[in-house]
Design a protein around this ligand. Structure first.
Ligand SMILES: Nc1ncnc2c1ncn2[C@@H]1O[C@H](COP(=O)(O)OP(=O)(O)OP(=O)(O)O)[C@@H](O)[C@H]1O
Ligand SMILES: [Mg+2]
Length: 147
């Protein structure tokens, strides 16, 4: 997969389509980037390509949303922005979800607890969303580690 691309909204959609083709049971997508850089939008598009029927929203207030996809696996959509401790993650079952190696795990603001994923590099895809100076209509998106 490519390293870095300048993406309009439509390009983000195309990119999510490419990613939808390589995710499998146990894949972890780590999404990082400033507030409003396009992480949730990417997940929404990705959900469409995986034929998720539920509507995808920002899990900011919930920490975790779970969707069903027609690929016969669940999508666990975390947002670590408001997670204050590892205990909170324990309480919502994060570690069971991580260790069962089933479904697709997506984590917005993953860098807030990046140590949790150090031993998972074989199934991790890192996606970075960056604002472009003086251009609100596009983002620079980088991908690392897709297998
Ligand atoms: N490639 C893009 N080009 C231009 N605008 C975009 C692009 N991707 C997303 N956006 C827009 O950016 C805005 C914020 O997107 P989004 O909510 O996905 O950000 P986020 O990274 O999830 O933010 P947060 O950290 O608050 O969860 C939305 O209005 C969305 O439509
Ligand atoms: Mg978001």
């Amino acid at each position: 997969m490519f390293n870095s691309r300048i993406c309009s909204i439509n390009d983000t959609n195309e990119l999510s389509s490419e990613v939808s083709k390589i995710v499998k049971q146990g894949t972890i997508l780590l999404l990082n980037g400033e507030l409003g850089s396009g992480k949730t939008q990417f997940v929404r598009f990705l959900g469409n390509h995986l034929n998720v029927l539920d509507s995808i929203s920002s899990p900011t207030f919930l920490i975790l949303n779970i969707y069903e996809s027609d690929k016969n696996f669940k999508i666990y959509h975390f947002d670590f922005y408001r997670v204050n401790s590892i205990e909170e993650l324990e309480q919502i079952g994060f570690f069971e979800i991580l260790n069962q190696r089933k479904g697709l795990i997506i984590v917005e603001w993953a860098n807030r607890y990046k140590d949790l994923f150090l031993n998972e590099t074989d199934r991790t895809i890192d996606i970075y969303f960056n604002f472009i100076k003086d251009n609100i209509n596009q983002r620079e998106i980088s991908i690392k580690g897709s297998k």
